[in-house]
Design a protein around this ligand. Structure first.
Ligand code: GRF
Length: 203
């Protein structure tokens, strides 16, 4: 299967996905990595792994509709089976989301539906949560609201700060994102509206 990954930054989740493709854990290939930021370190990771890279700067476009259409066309030029958001820090238009419906995955650093949006680790700490985590979900028009495929939990300790929690959550992200992508590439995972199905069973 052919995978296009969208990033904005460090790309440590991208790295986990590239490694899982290289080892054969994921029966797929990251054909292209696209960043909206030219200095995203993930672009270096992608080049080292032999993926095609593109920078599509949102600052070059007049508005979100124009940018998302250009992004859609660039992605379509690779005809991917799956589009993976891995720290892509932009809200996507409904048209874009609909175009890739059923083949658009995201990872979010919280136990959805808790803490949609930004600063999730800090918000979990401030709420006094003792359990936090991450979620892989299909992307729908509702921001961080699409059907969840898989979650992983981590403990939150009294002396944690956002950085220590983030590190703990990241370790789980590197585990669950490649696993979900593996399922997708095996043809076992589907989206049906607000429902994610694994082997035709609702998750
Ligand atoms: C991850 O924490 C992910 O959950 C969130 O953005 C972060 C990306 O980190 N969507 P990286 O670029 O993969 O290192």
């Amino acid at each position: 299967k052919s995978i296009v990954v969208l990033i904005s930054g460090n790309g440590s989740n991208l790295q986990a996905i590239l490694d899982a493709c290289a080892s054969g854990f994921i029966a797929g290939k990251v054909t292209a990595v696209i960043s909206n930021k030219a200095d995203a370190y993930g672009l270096v990771r992608a080049r080292e792994a032999g993926s095609v890279t593109h920078c599509l700067a949102h600052t070059d476009y007049a508005n979100r509709d124009n940018y998302d259409l250009a992004l859609q066309q660039l992605i379509d030029s690779f005809a991917p089976d799956l589009v993976v958001l891995a720290g892509f820090m932009r809200i996507l238009t409904p048209d874009f989301v609909q175009h890739f419906s059923g083949k658009l995955l995201n990872i979010h650093p919280s136990l959805l539906p808790k803490y949609q949006g930004l600063h999730t680790h800090q918000r979990a700490i401030e709420a006094g949560d003792t359990v936090h985590g991450c979620s892989v979900h299909f992307v729908t028009e509702e921001l961080d609201g699409g059907p969840v495929v898989l979650q992983a939990k981590v403990p939150v300790f009294a002396d944690d700060d956002a950085a220590t929690v983030a590190e703990r959550v990241h370790e789980q992200e590197y585990r669950i994102y490649p696993l979900v992508i593996r399922w997708f590439c095996q043809g076992r995972l589907q989206q049906q509206g607000q429902q994610a199905l694994l082997d035709n069973e609702p998750l």
